[in-house]
Design a protein. Structure first.
Length: 361
């Protein structure tokens, strides 16, 4: 049987660069080499694209770009359907059957890469251009999910500079604490929990370092829960619900010094210690959110569960982490689905979506 040629994108010009390296290593080492031929394409922090042919272990160690690399670019011409490499003054073209963009955050989950691959007519694992862009923007995704009849946190959106006095006026009616977040961002980078008005302006300025649009959200009393989803609209597999239990602060494991060992302030319970009927409600809400935002392939839907068991939408990660401490693979593992099975299914879904849309392979 002919192998499927899979381009694995990793790294990227994003605050989540290092998380991507760990996730990509997990995907790469779990794909069946008898079934897939892997073309590894790393993107440096400066946005330089390189084909990497060295040992896999150098990727999570962030030494991959030191050697064994060739300049590479996606060819936007849909008739060429692949990448162009330059080595020793010679250009060569390699066909790609599908691309798995193991990229997190800006320039990875926001529709940017998905747009390039759609232009090149190369099947892409995960959500498409529009759903990726909508899910990345907390303001837009909240508006759409609210229109679908699902509760979202009360939010004030800022798009420019603002004084402390203006901030205080804008959030009149909110009670502290509140969360200040970049509208476009992931892994809690630039997010702060603000307990009183004295820290609000500083938190807004920090969030603006990550995005020009900032959201100030009410804090939801309860806990954070999540669902891992794999599939397309009419055939969705949902992993076990997880539950984040905090000792203090808020969940930000990807920013901790040694997340592989244990979190500094949180415990993730998989499966969640929540009544079964409430878990069923959480799963159905996650499916509804996935569909409302036009998601495809895979995504992690994050929600809050209030003290009286109301489900409130938080955000969708269209390319969730695949590290050994990431929530998505842990939820799927609890449902009996391995990373190898996730990656294989996600690739097959991308190829199926391409055929259904009538695009080239």
């Amino acid at each position: 049987m002919k192998k499927v040629t899979v381009g694995i994108l990793f790294g990227g010009n994003s605050a989540e660069y290092k998380v991507s390296l760990k996730s990509a290593y997990s995907i790469i080492t779990n794909l069946d080499p008898a079934k897939y031929e892997l073309i590894l394409i790393g993107i440096t922090k400066d946005g330089v694209w390189k084909r990497y042919d060295g040992p896999f272990e150098a990727i999570p160690q962030d030494t991959w770009s030191d050697s064994d690399c060739t300049p590479v670019a996606i060819l936007p011409d849909p008739g060429l359907h692949g990448i162009l490499m330059k080595s020793e003054g010679m250009f060569t073209r390699t066909h790609l059957d599908v691309v798995f963009p193991v990229l997190h955050g800006k320039n990875g989950e926001d529709g940017t890469i998905q747009s390039l691959l759609q232009l090149a007519d190369i099947p892409c694992v995960g959500c498409g251009v529009l759903s990726s862009a909508m899910c990345m923007d907390k303001d837009i995704s909240h508006r759409i999910v609210k229109d679908a009849g699902i509760r979202v946190p009360e939010t004030v959106v800022l798009t420019g500079s603002v004084s402390k006095e203006q901030l205080d006026e804008l959030i009149t009616g909110f009670r502290y604490p509140v969360f200040v977040k970049p509208a476009n961002g992931g892994s809690s980078f630039g997010v702060n929990k603000v307990v009183d008005s004295s820290g609000l302006l500083e938190a807004v300025i920090e969030a603006q370092n990550y995005d020009s649009k900032v959201c100030i959200e009410e804090a939801i009393d309860g806990c954070e829960v999540g669902c891992a989803i794999l599939g397309n609209v009419d055939d969705l597999t949902v992993g076990e619900v997880d539950q984040i239990v905090l000792s203090h602060g808020f969940f930000r494991i990807h920013q901790e010094s040694q997340p592989e060992k244990e979190s500094e302030n949180s415990t993730i319970r998989v499966p969640a210690e929540i009544p079964q009927e409430v878990q069923a409600q959480i799963k159905q809400t996650a499916r509804d959110i996935f569909r409302a935002l036009g998601c495809a392939g895979l995504a992690r839907v994050d929600m809050f569960l209030t003290l009286d068991h109301e489900v409130v939408f938080n955000e969708v990660n269209t390319m969730p982490g695949f590290t050994n401490y990431s929530r998505y693979p842990r939820m799927m593992k609890a449902a009996g689905i391995s990373i190898a099975q996730i990656a294989d299914r996600a690739i097959q879904l991308a190829l199926l979506n391409c055929r259904t849309a009538g695009r080239a392979e």
